[in-house]
Design a protein around this ligand. Structure first.
Ligand SMILES: [Fe+2]
Ligand SMILES: [Fe+2]
Length: 412
């Protein structure tokens, strides 16, 4: 396999020496290079293609943010990582832009290694040559909805406020009406009718509201046409069932609030690639569905055969362009093959994988096609094999759906 080239930049020679020592075990997989200043780094990059740059922020002459901005002109595809004190995170994220990483100093070796491996692997997915065939057929790639951009800026700001989030959504009356309609539907099982966005944000939190806003905008952006094999309403219902179930399963597994929110957002967006494929290829996509039914394979496998890319990669590609977080891109990319994810413990991807397979048994979006099951090997590796009945109960509770699937406990 091709080695990953990584350039480390720090004006403190003892820091570079420490990194060199820490990363010795990675020499088989990585080509490591070191530079003592921004100028030296830029000189190196003009002649050597690089996958990743990791730089310190505070350096004399040229600081890390300036250096990273200059590298965009030389090697725009490189993953840019900043190592710095935590207090500067927001200022630095503004400077280096989305899709890139900030790591707080001091950074343990495992964290540095896993961050580099994960970001490089995700870049490879979204830069996959095979995807180009699909992507070149898209008439236009929609841009990240503005309302969502504003919401996430507010949510990520150090003094984020629930009422400002509510005000941003409330400026769009159409969106407000839709969000209230969703929240008051049976899905959320709220005891009292929610009258306005402020109440909704207080009740559900800003992350949930922003995930609903993004998904609603995506559905209206991709003007999907129902066909003889598909209805967009059932895909919408699937997304929301998976989001709610994944969040609840992550909570049950003891995951943090952040991870539960990622599970919700990831659940909402995991099949976004289907919307793209379906609107781009329309009639051909119907053929893919029929081919999957005939061959008794799952839909994503049939997509791979037909388009050389499945909805997982296409979706990850779009969300990568939009600068969504690596955790969300990873969920979209690997929800059918969670073993490829970078976490080896229970995380948001695990929860979405489980929730997706539960809902696929009940709410058949493509009635003709075999639903994709759980990845037994992966779940075994997490040693959580006794939870299957509990997940079914959770699914029933949050969706109100009777679990009637012929699903078998994969562990029996
Ligand atoms: Fe999927
Ligand atoms: Fe799905």
């Amino acid at each position: 396999m091709q080695k990953t080239t990584v350039l480390f930049v720090d004006d403190d020679p003892s820091c570079l020496a420490a990194i060199r020592r820490l990363l010795l075990p990675m020499r088989r997989y990585w080509d490591l290079h070191f530079a003592g200043s921004g100028r030296e780094a830029l000189q190196f990059l003009r002649h050597n293609p690089c996958d990743v740059i990791v730089t310190d922020m505070k350096m004399p002459e040229m600081d890390g943010a300036t250096l990273l901005n200059k590298t965009i002109e030389i090697q725009p595809d490189m993953v840019r990582i900043m190592l710095s004190g935590h207090s500067e995170k927001q200022r630095i994220m503004d400077a280096i832009g989305p899709m890139h990483q900030f790591l707080a100093k001091p950074c343990p070796a495992e964290k540095l290694i896993s961050t580099i491996n994960r970001t490089v692997a995700l870049r490879r997915i979204v830069k996959n040559e095979k995807l180009k065939g699909v992507v070149s057929k898209l008439e236009s790639i929609p841009s990240l909805p503005e309302l969502y951009t504003e919401l996430s800026a507010e949510i990520n700001s150090p003094d984020a406020s629930l009422s400002r989030v509510a005000k941003i959504v409330a400026r769009d009356p159409g969106m407000t009406a839709k969000i209230l309609q969703i929240i008051n539907s049976a899905y959320f099982g709220l005891p009292k009718r929610v009258q306005n966005i402020q109440q909704a944000v207080n009740l559900l939190g800003m992350e949930i509201i922003s995930a609903l806003v993004l998904n609603t905008q995506i559905f209206s952006e991709f003007k999907i046409r129902d066909s003889k094999t598909f209805s967009s309403e059932s895909l919408w219902q699937h997304n929301i069932n998976v989001a709610l179930t994944a969040k609840a399963i992550a909570g049950e597994a003891g995951c943090s609030r952040d991870v539960q929110d990622q599970a919700f957002m990831g659940g909402m967006l995991h099949d976004v690639g289907k919307l793209i494929l379906q609107t781009t290829f329309r009639d051909e996509y119907d053929e893919v569905i029929l081919a999957a039914a005939e061959a008794e394979t799952s839909l994503w496998q049939a997509e791979l055969q037909y388009f050389d890319a499945s909805h997982t990669e296409v979706g990850a590609y779009l969300l990568g362009l939009w600068g969504l977080s690596d955790e969300i891109i990873e969920i979209v990319a690997y929800h059918h093959l969670p073993g490829y994810g970078y976490n080896t413990d229970f995380n948001a991807l695990t929860a979405v994988h489980i929730a997706n397979s539960l809902d696929a048994e009940v709410n058949k979006i493509y009635p003709l096609v075999r639903s994709c099951g759980l990845d037994k090997e992966y779940l075994d590796s997490l040693s959580i094999d006794s939870e299957y009945e509990r997940w079914q109960q959770i699914y029933q509770q949050v969706t109100g759906n009777e679990y009637s699937g012929e699903a078998k406990n994969p562990h029996r």
